[in-house]
Design a protein around this ligand. Sequence first.
Ligand code: SF4
Ligand code: SF4
Length: 303
Amino acid sequence: MEPKELIFNKVNGSFVDGYGIRTTIFLKGCPLHCKWCCNPEGQSFQQQLRYLADDCNGCGACVPACPKGALEIEDGKAVLDRGKCNLCGKCIEACWPGALRYAAQLQSVDEVFSSIIREKPFFDHSGGGLTIGGGEASSFPDFCLALIAKCHGNGIRVAIDTCGYTLSEESLKALDAADLLLYDIKGIDEKQHIENTGVSNKRILDNFHHFTEIGKPMIVRLPVIPGCNDQPEDQEKVIQLLKNAPNVERVDIIPFHTFGSVKYGELGMPYPMPEDAKPLTEKDVADYAQRLRDAGLNVQIGG
Ligand code: SF4
Ligand code: SF4
Protein backbone atom coordinates (compact mmCIF):
# COMPACT_ATOMS: atom_id res chain seq x y z
CA MET A 1 0.00 0.00 0.00
CA GLU A 2 1.22 3.49 -0.80
CA PRO A 3 2.76 5.16 2.29
CA LYS A 4 0.83 8.01 3.92
CA GLU A 5 2.19 10.33 6.58
CA LEU A 6 1.17 13.44 8.48
CA ILE A 7 2.42 16.58 6.70
CA PHE A 8 2.27 19.76 8.77
CA ASN A 9 3.43 22.31 6.21
CA LYS A 10 4.38 22.77 2.59
CA VAL A 11 6.25 25.81 1.28
CA ASN A 12 6.58 26.58 -2.42
CA GLY A 13 9.21 28.97 -3.78
CA SER A 14 11.65 28.54 -0.90
CA PHE A 15 15.23 29.77 -1.32
CA VAL A 16 16.51 28.56 2.05
CA ASP A 17 16.23 24.77 2.02
CA GLY A 18 18.96 23.89 -0.47
CA TYR A 19 19.97 25.17 -3.90
CA GLY A 20 17.72 27.07 -6.30
CA ILE A 21 13.96 27.40 -5.95
CA ARG A 22 12.52 24.65 -3.78
CA THR A 23 9.31 23.18 -2.49
CA THR A 24 9.71 21.99 1.10
CA ILE A 25 7.36 19.57 2.82
CA PHE A 26 7.43 19.00 6.56
CA LEU A 27 6.75 15.53 8.01
CA LYS A 28 5.31 15.33 11.51
CA GLY A 29 7.41 13.50 14.10
CA CYS A 30 10.97 13.82 15.41
CA PRO A 31 13.13 11.85 17.89
CA LEU A 32 14.70 15.12 19.12
CA HIS A 33 13.09 17.85 21.17
CA CYS A 34 15.42 20.81 20.70
CA LYS A 35 14.82 23.62 23.18
CA TRP A 36 14.86 26.18 20.36
CA CYS A 37 12.66 24.22 17.92
CA CYS A 38 10.65 26.63 15.75
CA ASN A 39 8.30 23.88 14.53
CA PRO A 40 6.93 22.32 17.73
CA GLU A 41 4.07 20.77 15.73
CA GLY A 42 6.78 18.66 14.07
CA GLN A 43 7.87 16.97 17.30
CA SER A 44 5.02 14.60 18.12
CA PHE A 45 4.36 11.70 15.74
CA GLN A 46 0.65 12.00 16.62
CA GLN A 47 -2.02 14.33 15.27
CA GLN A 48 -2.60 17.44 17.43
CA LEU A 49 -5.24 20.15 17.70
CA ARG A 50 -4.08 23.75 17.32
CA TYR A 51 -6.11 26.51 18.90
CA LEU A 52 -5.32 30.02 17.60
CA ALA A 53 -6.89 32.21 20.26
CA ASP A 54 -6.33 35.41 18.23
CA ASP A 55 -8.62 34.02 15.50
CA CYS A 56 -11.41 33.12 17.93
CA ASN A 57 -14.37 35.54 17.92
CA GLY A 58 -16.10 33.88 20.85
CA CYS A 59 -19.13 32.78 18.79
CA GLY A 60 -19.44 29.60 20.87
CA ALA A 61 -20.27 27.29 17.94
CA CYS A 62 -17.56 24.84 18.98
CA VAL A 63 -18.98 24.27 22.49
CA PRO A 64 -22.08 22.20 21.58
CA ALA A 65 -20.18 20.58 18.70
CA CYS A 66 -17.74 18.91 21.08
CA PRO A 67 -18.98 15.48 22.25
CA LYS A 68 -16.44 15.43 25.08
CA GLY A 69 -17.27 18.76 26.72
CA ALA A 70 -13.70 19.91 26.13
CA LEU A 71 -14.60 23.46 25.12
CA GLU A 72 -16.21 26.37 26.91
CA ILE A 73 -16.29 30.13 26.51
CA GLU A 74 -14.54 32.37 29.01
CA ASP A 75 -14.11 36.12 28.65
CA GLY A 76 -15.20 36.01 25.00
CA LYS A 77 -12.78 33.29 23.91
CA ALA A 78 -12.92 29.50 23.63
CA VAL A 79 -10.99 27.59 26.27
CA LEU A 80 -9.85 24.07 25.42
CA ASP A 81 -9.33 21.29 27.94
CA ARG A 82 -6.86 19.05 26.12
CA GLY A 83 -7.22 16.34 28.78
CA LYS A 84 -10.78 15.69 27.54
CA CYS A 85 -10.10 16.05 23.80
CA ASN A 86 -9.96 12.90 21.63
CA LEU A 87 -9.10 14.79 18.41
CA CYS A 88 -12.43 13.90 16.76
CA GLY A 89 -12.39 17.16 14.76
CA LYS A 90 -16.07 18.10 15.26
CA CYS A 91 -15.10 21.52 16.62
CA ILE A 92 -12.94 22.17 13.54
CA GLU A 93 -15.99 21.72 11.32
CA ALA A 94 -18.00 24.08 13.54
CA CYS A 95 -15.39 26.84 13.75
CA TRP A 96 -15.79 28.96 10.63
CA PRO A 97 -12.97 31.47 11.47
CA GLY A 98 -10.53 28.55 11.57
CA ALA A 99 -9.34 29.12 15.13
CA LEU A 100 -9.39 25.35 15.68
CA ARG A 101 -7.49 23.19 13.24
CA TYR A 102 -5.51 20.00 12.96
CA ALA A 103 -1.75 20.47 13.13
CA ALA A 104 -1.17 18.25 10.09
CA GLN A 105 -2.89 16.48 7.19
CA LEU A 106 -2.46 12.81 6.33
CA GLN A 107 -1.19 12.65 2.75
CA SER A 108 -0.06 9.89 0.42
CA VAL A 109 3.09 9.98 -1.68
CA ASP A 110 0.90 10.46 -4.78
CA GLU A 111 -0.94 13.39 -3.23
CA VAL A 112 2.31 15.10 -2.27
CA PHE A 113 3.88 14.38 -5.63
CA SER A 114 0.93 15.71 -7.64
CA SER A 115 1.10 18.95 -5.63
CA ILE A 116 4.80 19.51 -6.39
CA ILE A 117 5.12 18.39 -10.02
CA ARG A 118 3.63 21.69 -11.18
CA GLU A 119 6.66 23.45 -9.65
CA LYS A 120 9.06 21.55 -11.91
CA PRO A 121 9.63 24.44 -14.37
CA PHE A 122 10.87 26.55 -11.44
CA PHE A 123 13.12 23.72 -10.25
CA ASP A 124 14.53 23.21 -13.75
CA HIS A 125 15.12 26.93 -14.28
CA SER A 126 16.91 27.46 -10.95
CA GLY A 127 18.66 24.18 -10.16
CA GLY A 128 16.17 23.61 -7.36
CA GLY A 129 13.95 20.72 -6.36
CA LEU A 130 12.06 19.14 -3.49
CA THR A 131 13.28 19.29 0.11
CA ILE A 132 11.83 16.79 2.58
CA GLY A 133 12.01 18.21 6.09
CA GLY A 134 10.19 17.88 9.36
CA GLY A 135 10.21 16.89 12.09
CA GLU A 136 12.78 14.32 11.08
CA ALA A 137 12.26 13.05 7.55
CA SER A 138 14.38 9.93 7.99
CA SER A 139 11.91 8.69 10.64
CA PHE A 140 9.66 7.95 7.63
CA PRO A 141 11.94 5.94 5.36
CA ASP A 142 9.23 4.18 3.30
CA PHE A 143 7.53 7.48 2.53
CA CYS A 144 10.84 9.20 1.67
CA LEU A 145 12.08 6.36 -0.52
CA ALA A 146 8.80 6.19 -2.46
CA LEU A 147 8.66 9.97 -2.92
CA ILE A 148 12.32 10.21 -3.95
CA ALA A 149 11.84 7.41 -6.50
CA LYS A 150 8.86 9.26 -7.97
CA CYS A 151 10.76 12.55 -8.12
CA HIS A 152 13.85 10.97 -9.66
CA GLY A 153 11.65 9.21 -12.23
CA ASN A 154 10.37 12.66 -13.25
CA GLY A 155 13.70 14.51 -13.25
CA ILE A 156 13.27 16.26 -9.89
CA ARG A 157 16.22 16.38 -7.52
CA VAL A 158 15.58 15.86 -3.81
CA ALA A 159 17.24 17.12 -0.64
CA ILE A 160 16.51 15.81 2.86
CA ASP A 161 16.79 18.10 5.86
CA THR A 162 17.95 15.84 8.69
CA CYS A 163 19.15 15.96 12.27
CA GLY A 164 21.22 12.86 11.44
CA TYR A 165 19.71 10.83 14.29
CA THR A 166 18.81 7.86 12.16
CA LEU A 167 18.10 4.66 14.03
CA SER A 168 17.63 2.08 11.29
CA GLU A 169 19.21 0.83 8.08
CA GLU A 170 16.06 1.87 6.23
CA SER A 171 16.44 5.44 7.50
CA LEU A 172 20.04 5.52 6.34
CA LYS A 173 18.90 4.22 2.95
CA ALA A 174 16.43 7.10 2.69
CA LEU A 175 19.17 9.62 3.41
CA ASP A 176 21.48 7.84 0.96
CA ALA A 177 18.83 8.11 -1.74
CA ALA A 178 18.64 11.92 -1.53
CA ASP A 179 20.81 14.02 -3.86
CA LEU A 180 21.72 16.44 -1.08
CA LEU A 181 21.57 16.41 2.71
CA LEU A 182 20.89 19.49 4.82
CA TYR A 183 22.60 18.16 7.94
CA ASP A 184 22.06 19.83 11.31
CA ILE A 185 24.95 19.90 13.78
CA LYS A 186 23.53 21.11 17.08
CA GLY A 187 26.66 20.63 19.16
CA ILE A 188 29.68 18.39 19.64
CA ASP A 189 29.65 17.98 23.43
CA GLU A 190 27.51 14.91 24.18
CA LYS A 191 26.27 15.94 27.63
CA GLN A 192 25.28 19.37 26.37
CA HIS A 193 23.57 17.77 23.35
CA ILE A 194 21.46 15.55 25.62
CA GLU A 195 20.47 18.57 27.72
CA ASN A 196 19.54 20.63 24.65
CA THR A 197 17.83 18.04 22.46
CA GLY A 198 16.97 15.06 24.66
CA VAL A 199 19.29 12.63 22.84
CA SER A 200 23.00 11.80 22.56
CA ASN A 201 24.79 13.05 19.45
CA LYS A 202 26.93 9.91 19.10
CA ARG A 203 24.85 8.43 16.30
CA ILE A 204 24.55 11.84 14.61
CA LEU A 205 28.32 12.21 14.51
CA ASP A 206 28.81 8.57 13.42
CA ASN A 207 26.39 9.15 10.56
CA PHE A 208 28.11 12.43 9.68
CA HIS A 209 31.40 10.50 9.29
CA HIS A 210 29.61 7.81 7.25
CA PHE A 211 28.29 10.42 4.81
CA THR A 212 31.69 12.06 4.60
CA GLU A 213 33.28 8.69 3.80
CA ILE A 214 30.85 8.03 0.95
CA GLY A 215 31.12 11.63 -0.31
CA LYS A 216 27.44 12.54 0.06
CA PRO A 217 26.93 16.21 -0.89
CA MET A 218 25.96 18.15 2.20
CA ILE A 219 24.98 21.61 3.41
CA VAL A 220 25.62 21.70 7.16
CA ARG A 221 23.30 23.82 9.26
CA LEU A 222 24.54 25.24 12.53
CA PRO A 223 21.87 26.65 14.84
CA VAL A 224 23.61 29.08 17.21
CA ILE A 225 21.58 29.15 20.40
CA PRO A 226 22.18 31.32 23.47
CA GLY A 227 23.19 29.30 26.51
CA CYS A 228 23.13 26.04 24.52
CA ASN A 229 25.96 25.94 21.97
CA ASP A 230 27.16 29.50 21.33
CA GLN A 231 30.45 29.68 23.24
CA PRO A 232 33.83 29.94 21.44
CA GLU A 233 34.83 26.48 22.65
CA ASP A 234 31.60 25.03 21.19
CA GLN A 235 32.33 26.75 17.88
CA GLU A 236 35.91 25.51 17.81
CA LYS A 237 34.80 21.87 18.12
CA VAL A 238 32.40 22.37 15.19
CA ILE A 239 35.16 23.90 13.07
CA GLN A 240 37.43 20.94 13.81
CA LEU A 241 34.71 18.53 12.70
CA LEU A 242 33.82 20.33 9.48
CA LYS A 243 37.23 21.31 8.20
CA ASN A 244 38.07 17.67 7.45
CA ALA A 245 34.84 16.94 5.56
CA PRO A 246 35.29 17.62 1.83
CA ASN A 247 31.67 16.61 1.11
CA VAL A 248 30.45 19.72 2.99
CA GLU A 249 29.66 22.13 0.17
CA ARG A 250 28.37 24.94 2.35
CA VAL A 251 27.85 25.77 6.00
CA ASP A 252 24.76 27.77 6.97
CA ILE A 253 24.87 29.53 10.34
CA ILE A 254 21.33 29.83 11.70
CA PRO A 255 21.17 32.57 14.35
CA PHE A 256 18.64 32.11 17.17
CA HIS A 257 15.15 33.47 16.60
CA THR A 258 11.79 33.09 18.31
CA PHE A 259 9.57 32.89 15.20
CA GLY A 260 7.93 29.62 16.26
CA SER A 261 7.30 30.53 19.89
CA VAL A 262 3.61 31.41 19.39
CA LYS A 263 2.91 27.88 18.09
CA TYR A 264 3.82 26.37 21.47
CA GLY A 265 0.81 28.13 23.00
CA GLU A 266 -1.44 27.02 20.13
CA LEU A 267 -0.50 23.40 20.88
CA GLY A 268 -0.72 23.70 24.66
CA MET A 269 3.05 23.21 25.03
CA PRO A 270 5.41 25.24 27.24
CA TYR A 271 8.05 27.28 25.38
CA PRO A 272 11.38 25.81 26.55
CA MET A 273 13.74 28.74 25.93
CA PRO A 274 14.14 31.42 28.61
CA GLU A 275 12.32 34.65 27.69
CA ASP A 276 15.49 36.70 28.21
CA ALA A 277 17.68 34.48 25.97
CA LYS A 278 20.15 36.81 24.28
CA PRO A 279 21.29 35.79 20.79
CA LEU A 280 24.85 36.43 19.65
CA THR A 281 25.43 39.91 18.24
CA GLU A 282 25.77 40.32 14.47
CA LYS A 283 29.47 40.87 15.03
CA ASP A 284 29.86 37.62 17.00
CA VAL A 285 28.03 35.70 14.27
CA ALA A 286 30.21 37.35 11.60
CA ASP A 287 33.34 36.41 13.60
CA TYR A 288 32.17 32.79 13.78
CA ALA A 289 31.55 32.82 10.02
CA GLN A 290 35.02 34.19 9.42
CA ARG A 291 36.65 31.48 11.55
CA LEU A 292 34.78 28.84 9.55
CA ARG A 293 35.94 30.50 6.31
CA ASP A 294 39.49 30.58 7.63
CA ALA A 295 39.18 26.78 7.99
CA GLY A 296 38.44 26.60 4.25
CA LEU A 297 34.64 26.36 4.45
CA ASN A 298 32.05 28.07 2.27
CA VAL A 299 29.80 29.90 4.74
CA GLN A 300 26.43 31.61 4.56
CA ILE A 301 24.62 33.34 7.40
CA GLY A 302 20.98 32.28 7.45
CA GLY A 303 19.57 29.51 5.26
S1 SF4 B 1 -11.35 17.67 18.53
FE1 SF4 B 1 -13.30 16.73 19.21
S2 SF4 B 1 -12.98 16.23 21.37
FE2 SF4 B 1 -11.35 17.67 20.78
S3 SF4 B 1 -12.13 19.68 21.35
FE3 SF4 B 1 -12.65 19.36 19.20
S4 SF4 B 1 -14.70 18.46 19.20
FE4 SF4 B 1 -13.89 18.28 21.28
S1 SF4 C 1 -16.18 28.14 16.97
FE1 SF4 C 1 -14.10 28.95 16.66
S2 SF4 C 1 -14.40 31.17 16.68
FE2 SF4 C 1 -16.27 30.29 17.63
S3 SF4 C 1 -15.79 30.22 19.83
FE3 SF4 C 1 -15.18 28.24 19.00
S4 SF4 C 1 -12.97 28.52 18.55
FE4 SF4 C 1 -13.85 30.55 18.80
